[in-house]
Design a protein around this ligand. Structure first.
Ligand code: E4P
Length: 215
């Protein structure tokens, strides 16, 4: 499973990029609002840092509007992936982008059938939202299992991005359930790095080293 970063905060992207584990970035309108910056400026800056897929979401509700917005965003770089909501109009737009060789990420997926439809329309990525399903007492990880199994049975190449990830257990579960990618908030990625026994171990080795004989 690969790691994407789910943020519009450029400093977070810069830091994680240096770790050498970053395979993509996802943004959404809420994350852009949280960054307090102008979307196009943030997007250009992200594209100057990373050389991998960067999802930028369209806001139109109709296919023509999505296509217009998406083509403008896609003209910035081949790394721009157009994030389209899972609606009938969204499927039309995805089909259009797919014929033009523009990458897409179908977002707000909450059922296996939605994922299958998005894949058949030509989506590059589908994003089932694990955390938001858990929030309403549905098993988000089970959805990843289902989509992964359906794509395997039918030889579908669309990649599954486990989205709406809230904590490290979601990450392990998504990997075991067959997600190709998990898109994580910076906080969760940081939590993955750390372990209290690792910190304790470093302290202990450092303390013992001070007692050891040195040449
Ligand atoms: C994914 O692409 C979305 O931006 C994101 O994972 C949504 O997460 P949330 O449910 O925590 O807002």
């Amino acid at each position: 499973m690969k790691f994407f970063l789910d943020t519009a905060i450029v400093d977070e992207i810069r830091q994680v990029h240096e770790w050498g584990i970053l395979s993509g970035v996802t943004t959404n309108p809420s994350l852009v609002a949280k960054s307090g910056r102008v979307f196009e400026e943030v997007l250009q800056e992200i594209l100057s840092i990373v050389d991998c897929p960067v999802s930028a979401e369209v806001l139109s509700r109709d296919a023509l509007g999505m296509i217009e917005e998406g083509e403008r965003l896609a003209s910035l770089s081949p790394n721009v992936t157009i994030k389209v909501p899972m609606t009938a109009e969204g499927l039309k737009a995805v089909h259009h982008f797919s014929k033009k060789g523009i990458q897409t990420n179908v977002t707000l997926i909450f059922s296996a059938n939605q994922a299958l439809l998005a894949a058949r329309a030509g989506a590059t990525f589908v994003s089932p939202f694990v955390g938001r399903l858990d929030d309403i007492s549905h098993d988000g990880t089970q959805l990843i299992h289902q989509v992964s199994e359906i794509f395997r049975i039918h030889g579908i190449e669309t990649e599954i991005i486990a989205a709406s990830i809230r904590h490290p257990v979601h990450v392990t579960d998504a990997a075991l359930a067959g997600a190709d990618i998990a898109t994580l908030p910076y906080k969760v990625l940081e939590q993955l790095v750390r372990h209290p026994l690792t910190d304790q171990g470093i302290e202990k080795f450092e303390a013992d080293w001070k007692q050891a004989k040195h040449s």
